[in-house]
Write a protein that binds this ligand. Structure first.
Ligand SMILES: Nc1ncnc2c1ncn2[C@@H]1O[C@H](COP(=O)(O)OP(=O)(O)O)[C@@H](O)[C@H]1O
Ligand SMILES: [Mg+2]
Length: 262
């Protein structure tokens, strides 16, 4: 592991060691080590195809890595899939949002977490408790500052791109307990919505939740994050506090092309 950043007294929240993942002959991730401590906002950057989304999908339990280990609060993730990752406190806003377009806002916020009610005497008969999910969905929307902007009964396919993005972010942020990964969360957003997302990141940090921000916007990364991890062709090539970084240095890590001497 890099010892470039100061050792904190607290135990790591996320510990990735020796992670490897191939797709056929393509080495998408190679020997990735990454340690994240509570309260950090970490930028994850790299060119297209560097392996950022693959790393996030491994940590979220979507892909099973070929080698290496992922621990959350010391607990191994194991090859158990996204539910296990969620149980361990990991939430992800995937690049492709993964929303159910024909579902309404409440259904999307409760995707894979549906509330079932049961008759006291006939326990085998259960049904979806839509009222409870709508009430919970309203709370999540309020929590992420979207209360009053969209209704929990609106269908996601009828929302604008920015509103859909906000629902996907709301879902992760609303449920997050430890770590939220945002995979290019502002790529499709306008200025005002981008500011809203960056404000949300600040609120998550205040709640003690780790945020890992994947972005192509170097200025956004340098102003929002405490530390930046750079991937290039599946390898980690830099892991530095932002005090050691500026735009040109980051770009040279990303491209592998050294800056020309002044
Ligand atoms: N499911 C997949 N099947 C085959 N190749 C994949 C798959 N997912 C990612 N890749 C490949 O792995 C590499 C890393 O991709 P990705 O993690 O999406 O990069 P990034 O998010 O940094 O742009 C790319 O070459 C990509 O084409
Ligand atoms: Mg990606």
């Amino acid at each position: 592991m890099s010892d470039a950043f100061p050792q904190t007294a607290s135990a790591p929240l996320l510990q990735v060691s020796g992670l490897g993942k191939s797709f056929g002959g393509l080495r998408a991730l190679d020997s990735i080590d990454l340690t994240i401590f509570p309260g950090e906002v970490v930028g994850l950057v790299g060119d297209n195809g560097a392996g950022k989304s693959t790393l996030v999908r491994c940590i979220a339990g979507v892909y099973v890595p070929d080698e290496g280990e992922i621990r959350v609060d010391g607990m191994p993730l194991g090859p158990h899939g996204p539910k296990r990752a969620a149980e361990l406190g990991i939430e992800v806003v995937h690049q492709d949002l993964a929303l159910v377009m024909h579902g309404d806002v409440a259904q999307n916020l409760y995707l894979n977490r549906e509330i079932h009610s049961r008759l006291p005497l006939l326990r085998q008969i259960g049904w979806l408790d839509k009222a409870a999910m709508r009430a919970g969905a309203r709370e999540i929307l309020a929590q992420v500052g979207m209360g009053g902007l969209v209704s929990v009964r609106q269908r996601v396919r009828d929302l604008s791109g920015g509103q859909r993005q906000s629902i996907a972010i709301g879902r992760a942020v609303g449920w997050s307990r430890k770590i939220v990964f945002l995979d290019e969360p502002t790529a499709a957003l306008g200025v005002r919505q981008t500011k809203h997302v960056l404000d949300l990141i600040g609120r998550l940090r205040d709640r003690g939740i780790v945020v890992v921000l994947i972005s192509h916007n170097m200025e956004q990364v340098l102003t929002t994050c405490d530390r930046v991890v750079v991937l290039r062709l599946g390898r980690k090539v830099a892991d530095e506090p932002i005090s050691n970084l500026d735009g040109p240095t980051l770009v040279s890590y990303i491209t592998g092309v050294r800056q020309s001497e002044p």
